[in-house]
Design a protein around this ligand. Structure first.
Ligand SMILES: Cc1cc2nc3c(=O)[nH]c(=O)nc-3n(C[C@H](O)[C@H](O)[C@H](O)COP(=O)(O)O)c2cc1C
Length: 310
């Protein structure tokens, strides 16, 4: 999620779940090819398994970026066909590609030709007046013909004119039935559902119908939810770290990052939701928000925030 799931957020989330697949923010092909690559693609080995999400639609550029991403050590490459913002539409990136399935298929084929790791697509169920199940299914079938067998579907369409990206995550109704039907029709495809999923119970119900669940906002704003997923959904013992242990581990990481020149606020802002739905959440958030951005703030701020709770 742009502006949220940076490397610090991912390091933190990985302290909570060992197995949940994490994703980078979207990185455009232009940025990978012409920007500060070492900064853009930087991650800590502890974050793995980690998918990089690319934004673009030029098959040759996507092929080159995929090669670069595989070399950098990412676990999966995901193509963004879901972002509705004006800025990306003008670059033919994101949800506007829902009506260009042939171009998406060519892009995926080019990406796959360059790498061994999985190449996946994250898409919507439609855009604008493309809103029937048949049109959505036709998009998936065309892209699947390129060899892509894994789709993450945000189960609402996007209106490309008139709604902001935020409204496009809230206003168009969720149609989970489209995603269930897609899985029924194509049992060989790996179908991951996304959009508005907030609890373990909801996750469990979706998993009766599809192969995977992606949590966006809830995973970020209520991260401790992920503490349950390793043993519930991956059949593995969980890390079973208490919130206190997570804070201790993360503080060590924060210490290293501060020593290399990062500011505490950039690191600690991702911790705000750690106590969501539990006692002391407001005091924790209030303290961190008030102190982490101050000039020279150190890791003691995180520990002091914890003391506000007990
Ligand atoms: C602030 C923000 C930034 C996002 N950035 C991206 C992004 O870079 N790539 C992407 O595929 N989706 C992005 N999304 C969409 C989410 O991945 C997800 O599809 C959407 O929020 C619906 O799922 P949720 O209800 O679980 O949050 C973003 C969402 C938010 C709230």
């Amino acid at each position: 999620m742009m502006g949220y799931t940076d490397r610090h957020a991912r390091y933190f989330l990985r302290l909570i779940s060992r197995h949940a697949l994490l994703y980078t923010e979207m990185v455009t092909t232009g940025a990978v090819l012409h920007g500060d690559r070492s900064k853009l693609l930087r991650f800590h080995a502890n974050e793995l398994p980690l998918a990089i999400q690319l934004g673009g639609s030029d098959p040759a550029e996507l092929r080159e970026c995929s090669r670069i991403a595989e070399d950098a050590g990412f676990s999966e490459i995901n193509l963004n066909v879901g972002c509705p913002s004006d800025r990306v539409q003008s670059g033919r990136i994101g949800a506007c590609l829902m009506v260009e399935p042939v171009l998406v298929a060519e892009s995926i084929a080019a990406m796959q030709s360059a790498v061994e790791i999985p190449v996946t697509v994250k898409c919507r169920i439609g855009i604008d007046h493309m809103e029937s199940y048949d049109a959505f299914n036709a998009f998936i079938e065309t892209v699947a013909d390129s060899g892509c067998d894994s789709f993450i579907v945000h189960a609402r369409k996007a209106w490309l004119q008139g709604l902001s990206p935020k409204q496009n995550r809230e206003i168009p109704p969720l149609k989970y039935d489209y995603v269930y039907r897609l899985k029924q029709q194509h049992p060989q495809l790996n179908i991951v559902i996304n959009g508005g999923i907030r609890t373990i119970d909801e996750t469990r119900r979706h998993l009766e119908k599809v192969d995977g669940v992606m949590l966006g906002r809830e995973a970020y704003h209520n991260p401790y939810l992920l503490a349950q997923v390793d043993h519930l959904f991956y059949g593995e013992p969980g890390l079973e770290r208490s919130r206190d242990e997570i804070i201790d581990e993360f503080s060590e990481y924060a210490e290293e990052q501060l020593a290399s020149g990062e500011r505490l606020h950039a690191i600690a802002r991702h911790l705000l939701g750690l106590y969501k739905h539990s006692r002391g959440s407001n005091a924790w958030k209030r303290y961190l928000s008030a102190h982490a951005h101050k000039q020279g703030a150190g890791v003691h701020v995180i520990r002091a925030a914890r003391e506000q709770i007990s």
